[in-house]
Write a protein that binds this ligand. Structure first.
Ligand SMILES: C[S@@+](CC[C@H](N)C(=O)[O-])C[C@H]1O[C@@H](n2cnc3c(N)ncnc32)[C@H](O)[C@@H]1O
Length: 385
């Protein structure tokens, strides 16, 4: 494995996220499969830098290139993007970066090499400092609840690369437990047997449900089933529903211990007051997960926030109907916009989970976030019936 292989893998990740709509946390694993852990780590880190800074990087490439961007072959453009991303990090000699990317370009197509060399040398001379600004629409979205200082802290934390989060029981080598979130571990390296990838914030949601053996729990928007598996492991009888057939089928294979149903949670085929607990891990913008999926910022806008907040509100009304008196609804979203978090639960007598989680109280719920602790962003609120 060479430095060029790692840059080639990084370019494939960028291309798949940019043009196929793939999620970086998924393709960064598939495209580095079989690489040694250190090269895979380098490839992922450069790809993430490129994805975080893609808009500025394309401006730099355009400035340094004699050809307009849309006339550069896509595989070559992706290699240039990872080259510029790495030059922007400035912790490696520029000549080594240029050499590795040019070698990867040559391997892809020998005619790419002189062009890649010329563009990257020109970019290196201008020594760009890459740092994306938070989009104005997101600042505006957040400002009704967060002050400027906290918005800035959230953004800076969202630009960092997180460690890998895993969940399971036992003591996995190479990982450390996350204080306050039992069963959640952070670290790096291979995923130990019996553990699965899950950010500590997601593990916290499962803990907030506190499903007990014998309870009947509805996981109302459950695919891909990360939290469903946790509820099953806790011994509950879990009915798991999701709107999307393909996602539901995949999740059913992943978590066979739950009973899976394809259903719209707003019109779910269940009697009112049926469940001991309902988990509504609602569809949302995912803006709390920017560390792992930086592309979300370019795929999201204010209309998405508004639409998803409306769906979440409708799903929550339905979830409350389905839970029995004395039961509870756990509402969670992996985002930080007030419209999708505090405002959705505002009409109800909601409360934060009864746990010592990292993060802080927000409205009637609890916020975990990368600027408040070692987790992705997640808002959790409980409504007792
Ligand atoms: C945040 S994801 C759930 C993640 C899941 N709880 C986990 O831990 O793996 C939200 C899910 O809501 C589903 N969804 C969207 N609209 C829905 C609806 N009206 N009813 C039920 N599920 C819906 C999406 O298909 C998506 O799988």
């Amino acid at each position: 494995m060479t430095a060029a292989d790692a840059r080639a893998a990084a370019a494939r990740i960028v291309g798949r996220v940019d043009r196929e709509g793939a999620f970086s946390n998924v393709v960064s694993r598939t495209e580095t499969k079989g690489m040694n852990p250190s090269d895979a780590g380098v490839a992922r880190a450069i790809a993430y830098d490129a994805l975080r800074n893609l808009t500025q990087i394309d401006v730099e490439v355009d400035r340094a290139s004699k050809r307009p961007l849309d006339r550069i072959d896509r595989p070559l453009l992706d290699l240039l993007r990872v080259g510029v991303a790495e030059l922007g990090r400035s912790d490696r000699p520029d000549a080594l970066t240029v050499d590795a990317v040019v070698r990867a370009a040559k391997r892809s197509n020998p005619s790419y090499a002189p062009f890649a060399n010329a563009v990257l040398r020109k970019v290196a001379r201008s020594a760009p400092r890459l740092h994306p600004d938070m989009p104005a629409w997101l600042t505006a979205e957040m400002s009704s609840v967060f002050d400027d200082h906290e918005i800035e802290a959230f953004w800076e934390a969202s630009l960092q690369s997180p460690e890998l989060g895993i969940r399971g029981s036992g003591t996995p080598g190479g990982y450390v437990p996350v204080p306050g979130i039992e069963g959640a571990w952070l670290g790096s390296g291979p995923i130990p047997k019996g553990f699965e990838i899950q950010d500590p914030a997601s593990v916290a949601v499962g803990l907030a449900v506190s499903a007990r053996p014998g309870e009947v729990v509805l996981d109302m928007s459950a695919a891909p089933g990360g939290k469903t598996g946790q509820l099953v492991d806790d011994g509950a009888r879990v009915i798991a529903a999701d709107l999307h057939p393909r996602r539901t089928r995949q999740a059913a294979r992943r978590v066979p211990g739950a009973s899976w149903v394809i259903a719209d949670g707003r019109t779910a085929p269940f009697e009112p007051a049926t469940f001991d607990a309902v988990l509504l891990d609602a569809p949302c913008t995912g803006l709390g997960t920017l560390r792992r999926r930086p592309e979300i910022i370019r795929r999201t806008g204010t209309e998405d926030v508004t639409n998803l907040a409306t769906i979440a509100g409708d799903l929550l009304a339905s979830a409350i109907e389905l839970v029995r008196p004395g039961g509870r609804v756990v509402y969670s979203v992996c985002t930080v916009t007030p419209s999708e978090t505090v405002e959705v639960v505002a009409p109800y007598p909601a409360r934060p989970p009864d746990l010592q989680l990292p993060g802080r109280a927000l409205g009637k719920g609890w916020l975990l976030a990368p600027h408040l602790g070692p987790t992705d962003g997640m808002f959790i609120a409980i409504i007792d019936r």
